[in-house]
Ligand binder design. Structure first.
Ligand code: UDP
Ligand code: MN
Length: 298
């Protein structure tokens, strides 16, 4: 099946009204999500971002939807951005390697550790991992260290794929909102290159994943999610709790939001900042039993 935009709007009048006047409510309005949830893989929504509807329509105009497919036999590099989460890594590795082996994936795992005390920069670490892992990879999986696979498909997808849909936290299971594009993301190397990887400028917590989603979209990649994917989300260590539920967000989070908004408005250029411009020093490289551990100064 191939479907192209524009669709007649499917959302209810109430949703439409709210999104028009209050876009930050992030109600789901992407007609793709409503139309194509008939199989296991559905497009990840974008229209419910803090986008005004006209921007969303422009981004989607002319887009042709192809069903997601998988290719066997490709070489996977799993990239894990890391600092000070040893307990998480020890939980993740056995589950991850067991799943990859069971699916007969040709893989290797790179743990990319940020050296020093600067704020954490997940996007830049993933760029470094892609640079160092590129030659031996056909596709990548960007994998948070605290995302433990329960039901996950690590095969090579034809379009970028978010592996998680349901998330288990302690006793609770919740369904990820459409607008989330992180946790564990698989995509082909050429797609990562076309998007120019991640921005290198998101320090501290948040929004580099939104930015990356839009880079992919600008590079003409429609992103999908696995509706059967289940992951366990481990709680962050107490000293690494970055999200604040109430009150004003910290300054760096607000700066990251502003940076993301500049990309959405089309006033920053992915070509000027990303995989092609990343600078770093490789401080150490250790081969462990099931993974390679890189320590980098970024
Ligand atoms: N991370 C890390 N050390 C840190 C912060 C982040 O290793 O101090 C890595 C880790 O892989 C983690 C990912 O970045 O899974 C996402 O960060 P975090 O878990 O803080 O995001 P949240 O769960 O709050 O969305
Ligand atoms: Mn976390």
């Amino acid at each position: 099946m191939s479907v192209s935009y524009p669709f007649p709007p499917l959302q209810s009048a109430r949703r439409h009204w709210l999104n028009r006047w209050w876009p930050s409510t992030r109600l789901r309005t992407d007609p793709l999500s409503d139309l194509l949830i008939d199989g296991r893989y559905a497009p990840a929504s974008i229209a419910n971002w803090k986008l005004i509807p006209s921007m969303a329509r422009n981004l989607l105009a002319g887009r042709v939807v192809r069903p997601l497919q998988f290719t066997a036999g490709r070489r996977l590099t799993v990239l894990i951005p890391f600092r000070d989460r040893q307990a998480h890594l020890e939980r993740l590795l056995p589950a991850l390697t067991a799943t990859l082996a069971q699916q007969q994936i040709r893989y290797r795992i790179l743990v990319v550790e940020q050296h020093g005390q600067q704020p954490f920069n997940r996007g830049k670490l993933l760029n470094v991992g892609m640079k160092l892992g590129a030659d031996a990879s056909d596709y990548f999986c960007f994998h948070d260290v605290d995302a433990i696979p329960v039901v996950a498909n690590y095969h090579c997808p034809s379009q970028p794929l978010r592996l998680a849909h349901r998330v288990i936290r302690g006793q609770q299971t919740s369904v990820h909102h459409d607008y989330y594009f992180s946790g564990a993301i698989s995509l082909r190397k050429d797609q990562a290159v076309a998007a120019n990887g991640f921005s290198n400028e998101y320090w501290g917590w948040g929004k580099e994943d939104d930015d990356f989603f839009f880079r992919l979209l600008l590079a003409d990649c429609l992103c999908f999610r696995d509706m059967q994917g289940v992951f366990e989300d481990l709680p962050n260590p107490a000293h690494q709790q970055c999200r604040k539920r109430f009150g004003l967000a910290p300054a760096h989070v607000r700066a990251n939001r502003r940076r993301r908004s500049r990309l959405l408005r089309g006033v920053s250029d992915p070509a000027a900042d990303g995989l092609s411009t990343v600078r770093f020093d490789l401080i150490a490289r250790h081969q462990q039993d099931s993974y390679e551990h890189l320590i980098v100064q970024i």
